[in-house]
Design a protein around this ligand. Structure first.
Ligand code: NAD
Length: 398
């Protein structure tokens, strides 16, 4: 594993829950050595196999898979390195992005978010091509860790849409909360954007996945994204004037947006409306609704009422977990009985392990990662220009 932070812990827990496979994490690489030692202790990994240099680990380690749970600007270079070493890859979302001038050390890059979005889109297309070429040349399995493709409500929606046999006319979906825990999230040079790509990656990729899948099951060919219209906002700028007690938003974006709305129009003329927000109170809100020609499905991955928990003050649940990123546990909480299961992490890892062993593509694959990247940056270009943008079909601007 490369990375031992938040997402690495999610992956570590998911590995322990995959039935039928003996999965061992044999080595980790991290820039935070204390965190890495803690991680090894938690998941029973030999601490002598902690690397500071991820590149060295990729070359030396006797492993079938390299799992990338690092900030987004490192995904593509490590994925290519792992492929060149003949190792299968699991890569967290988003696949890649634009992070500024690669010839300048990342911590010294400034105002990356102000770069012309057409330049960003063109650069991302080149990176996608480089990853695609490296994976194809190596003949390895690439697993795109978009867990929403496996989230239980979306899995169930697919079953119901397939049974009904109708056409998906519209998807409405979103991910919102009151700001990321990660300092990387504030700066474009690390994440490749703000709320739109960091959180919107989930609903946007899930919507793309559903339409690719719908086309395959009905007509044997995927329905691709065709164009996008998007708006982004920086709400923090007008929050700073508020008195402290009126501002409960934790996000402090530097050069990224903290709110976005993206409308994707697909080749068949149908649409997906995808919201992403770093300025929404009330705990994480993950949802996806499908409006089809002969059925309608509402999926609540979080903020659902399967367990409603009440406490008269903040004391009773002070040490208990209810739901990710809630501001208070006083009053009613929508407590998730098993957030990881609902969000699809164990099912994602089960599919990845099967795909790697069988040499097949996983449900969430490189194709989804590439289409998603094209949509994210077409959306940024649309928001900058105030116009509809055609999603590139290949690796150049059409
Ligand atoms: N699927 C999900 O639900 C989900 C949730 C959170 C994050 N993510 C994704 O996971 C990725 C990591 O996010 P996070 O929240 O875990 O970040 P984090 O800040 O918690 O952890 C980042 C880790 O990367 C390591 N790292 C940084 N540079 C490194 C380098 N050069 N070599 C080796 N290790 C290095 C750090 O030491 C740290 O352990 C991001 O791409 C993010 O988009 C996905």
């Amino acid at each position: 594993m490369i990375g031992t932070g938040f997402a690495a812990n999610i992956h570590g827990e998911a590995y322990e829950r995959v039935p039928g496979y003996d999965i061992q994490v044999v080595a980790v690489a991290s820039k935070l050595q204390d965190q890495a030692r803690e991680f090894c202790k938690r998941f029973h990994i030999d601490p002598t196999n902690i690397y500071d240099d991820a590149g060295k680990m990729i070359e030396e380690v006797d492993a079938d898979v390299i799992d990338l749970v690092v900030p987004t600007f490192l995904h593509a270079p490590f994925a290519i390195k792992a492929a060149e070493a003949g190792k299968n890859v699991i890569c967290e979302k988003p696949l890649t992005g634009f992070f500024g001038d690669p010839d300048i050390p990342v911590d010294q890059r400034e105002n990356v978010g102000k770069t012309d979005k057409r330049i960003m889109l063109e650069s991302c297309l080149k990176t996608c091509k480089a990853v695609d070429d490296a994976i194809a040349k190596a003949g390895i399995t690439f697993c795109y860790a978009e867990n929403w493709c496996y989230a239980r409500p979306i899995w169930k929606a697919k079953q119901l849409v397939e049974a009904a046999g109708g056409k998906i006319l519209e998807i409405r979906c979103g991910e919102s909360h009151s700001g990321s825990h990660s300092s990387f999230a504030a700066e474009w040079k690390y994440t490749g954007g703000g709320a739109l790509i960091r959180m919107g990656a989930h609903p946007i990729s899930a919507a793309i996945h559903l339409k690719l899948w719908e086309g395959m099951i009905r007509d044997g060919k995927p329905i691709h994204p065709a164009s996008v219209v998007a708006t982004t906002a920086r709400c923090r700028e007008f929050l700073d004037d508020l008195p402290e007690e009126q501002d409960h938003i934790v996000s402090r974006p530097v050069d990224v947006e903290d709110w976005s709305s993206t409308i994707i129009t697909f080749e068949d003329g149908t649409n997906a409306v995808c919201i992403a927000s770093d300025v929404t109170l009330g705990g994480i809100e993950n949802w996806l609704n499908v409006y089809a020609s002969n059925c309608r499905i509402e999926g609540k991955i979080s903020n659902n009422n399967s367990v409603m928990a009440y406490a008269p003050t903040t004391k009773q649940f002070a040490d208990a977990y209810t739901i990710e990123k809630t501001e208070t546990k006083c009053g009613w909480s929508t407590a998730q009985p098993d957030e990881d299961w609902m969000t699809g992490y164990p099912h994602e890892m089960e599919d990845f392990m099967g795909a790697i062993l069988d040499g097949r593509k996983p449900v969430s694959d490189l194709e989804l990662g590439i289409w998603s990247t094209k949509v994210f940056y077409s959306a940024y270009l649309s928001a900058e220009q105030g116009t509809r943008v055609k999603v590139p079909t290949g690796y150049t601007l059409d």
